[in-house]
Design a protein. Sequence first.
Length: 59
Amino acid sequence: MVVTTGQPHPSNWLGVEAEPVRPDHVAASIKEALAQGWEPAGSGSPFLLDQSATFVPSP
């Protein structure tokens, strides 16, 4: 599974401050992907989950 969060990567060269992706974000992404039909044991191309519009980092 590949999740697009909309958050900058910590190594971005633009100097934009990055927020960490926390375990609760990972758990929510897994639940959402499963609800959308992701089969973790399945083979083939990665499941793409785009959360860039709804991702809100924890304070």
